[in-house]
Design a protein around this ligand. Sequence first.
Ligand SMILES: [Zn+2]
Length: 224
Amino acid sequence: MSDPGYTVRCREYAEAIWELEEAGIPVRQVRIARWLGVTPVSVSEMVRRMQVEGLVLIEGEIRLTEEGRYLAEVVVRRHRLAERFLSEVLELPWAKVHEEAEVWETMISDDVEKAMWAKMEDPQTCPHGNPIPGAGYQPPEMKPLSEMDTDEALLLERISEELELDVEMMRFLDENGLRPQCRIRMIQKDPYGAVTVEVGDRQVGIGRFASERLFVAVEASRSP
Ligand SMILES: [Zn+2]
């Protein structure tokens, strides 16, 4: 592990594998390649190297070992803390912080991490509603936007990490006021999974890919 480029890549891969698992996507080499925007050949080399280091197991799907999972959770935690810090403390545009946090996550020391926790008074999620590992977040019951009924109005709780990877998508969501805790009313659903929703005073069309990756909190039904 003396090669610094390798160490950085190792963290990125562990993070990607962890996030694929979080999103419920089968962790295969081709999915990792797409997630990271690299070639399948580089993934297969890297995954093999990580297997030798004891960070992953390859059993059809790729799984993190205990050591790999620990590494991934440090990176994901620092990424989501950094996003929160950048948007809450430095007031950077909400849709931009994911990109910036990709750099920050690699530079945060134990001491800086501790100071961030204290400064932000124990945040539970990133500004997009994704849980910070180790924060003890208790998520409400959620469902994807695509499963809302017509006329139902619920609060947006979470924008999945997969959408965060797409800068254009984040800009679109931001421009249309689709951010955690906004109220969304389902206007119309088409048979192919695209939806039209009402957010504030505007109607927004959302394609199937995004509507399956935006999560709303299901309100506990009132007891009779
Ligand atoms: Zn985020």
